[in-house]
Design a protein around this ligand. Sequence first.
Ligand SMILES: [Zn+2]
Length: 339
Amino acid sequence: MAQHFLLSKDARGLSLKRIFGLSNPEALTLFREARWGKGRDPKCPSVNCGHVANHYFHDGRQRWRCNRCRRWFSVTSGTVFAYRKLPLQIYLAAMAIYTQHVKGIPALALCRKLDVQYKTAFVLAHKLRTALLAQRDDSPLEGDVELDGCYFNGYVKPANQKVNRRDRRLARNQNPKKSVIMVLRQRGGPKQGGQRTLTFSTRSENQSSVLKLVRKYIAAGSTVYADEHSAYDSLHTLFRTLRTNHSVQYSDENGIHTNTAEGFFSRLRRMQRGQCHHFNNNYIDLYANEAAYREDNRRRAMHTLFDDILTKCLETKPSRDLCGYWQHRGQLHRREQFV
Ligand SMILES: [Zn+2]
């Protein structure tokens, strides 16, 4: 019998011992090769320059000085790790720990493992999530695509006394922070589960937001699978749409179901309840995309994933939200993410 992927060498080939044992030049080389390629000269990250050359390198400062514009830059300048204060090994270790955790890692656990402040770990984890979202492949899904929505942050605690309890089904008694994660999942081959996953946050599961999403992110000619919710009624005009009624059955004998999307929500819910405990609405799209990334790459080797996350971080521009997060009490520049 073939060995299960999770028991194979690829699923455990990322050693923290090795990362913490890296010397400063070794860590710098790892970053440098991930950013500019093996054996290539560094590229000035200044927007108006971008000069590639064998720039002067100052050993003590661990920085280059551009031959053309004379600006100093480090291996993380112009990336999501710009203005860093910690050694490179800490960032590598954070990425390794982040990669190894199947359902994500809370900032509190990360700060204990790295021996840094909670605030540092919080921003660092969010930088990794930001890079994953910024570098996501947004090209339209095709073939068999499942579509579904799931509510988060909508819990209303019932009052202690029965006479004080309100009807939580009524709109006026619902939690104003309630939001929806919509998922679009492209099915893989038989028994392969989801192949590509795109997530979006919306205020509510309605026809308007569903139409906006499917027009942009599902290719013409695809087959869409959805449940009985009225928000999906208009899909029939755009795609071949197959619906399942969950009050009758979850799946029929012809393979009409949305179980691939439901399975994603099951794991996202477990990530919220079991790991992160709280998804702030401002960052809920980051958490959802992290879960999607983990789902889509569940069968890739640990070191491949680590390299992928490192490359994505170095290709991502500094985040206005996260640079100086605790100095401006966060969220100052946060844009509305809802569809
Ligand atoms: Zn320059």
